[in-house]
Design a protein around this ligand. Structure first.
Ligand SMILES: [Zn+2]
Length: 156
């Protein structure tokens, strides 16, 4: 499957490319300054190569190609780090030593977000969980139904 493409007016793309070239050269100078070396060899190597830039739509929730695949466990439900990664990398610089857990089959949950910005997780049976893996509802036909749990009063 090829990546979707979006038409961009040439003057706009030229301006974006110019900014990327300027920022690339600033980065080269910064690297050389940090290493206390001349920027000349690196700058010549950079200029000798033709550069093409690609834009990546980081908002596409189905495209995990350019996001870190390390699992982060802050709550009961682990989630992907999803920070941007360099082309060809699977993890971000923060997770270079991360290894996929050796669990053969791990249950996968799909993240859903309400219009209010609350995140829930749905399993294959359409049960809905919080990040603490507390079952709080169901999800069917694109509709989230949360349980309303009332505390029963104690009877004497
Ligand atoms: Zn990461």
């Amino acid at each position: 499957m090829s990546a979707p493409s979006y038409p961009i007016p040439k003057p706009f793309w030229d301006a974006v490319e110019n900014v990327l070239m300027v920022k690339s050269k600033e980065l080269i100078k910064d690297i050389a300054r940090t290493l206390n070396q001349s920027d000349k060899p690196l700058m010549e190597a950079f200029k000798a190569k033709k550069h093409t830039f690609h834009l990546v739509d980081m908002e596409d929730p189905t495209d995990n190609k350019f996001t870190c695949e390390a699992l982060v466990c802050q709550h009961a439900v682990a989630h992907r780090c999803r920070k941007p990664v360099l082309l060809g990398q699977k993890v971000c610089p923060e997770h270079t030593t991360w290894k996929m857990p050796a669990v053969q089959s791990k249950p996968e949950l799909k993240r859903i977000t309400t219009h209010e910005g609350e995140a829930y997780f749905v399993d294959s049976l359409m049960n809905v969980y919080t990040a603490d893996f507390e079952r709080v509802g169901t999800f069917q036909d694109g509709e989230l139904t949360l349980f309303e749990i009332e505390q029963e009063e104690e009877y004497v």
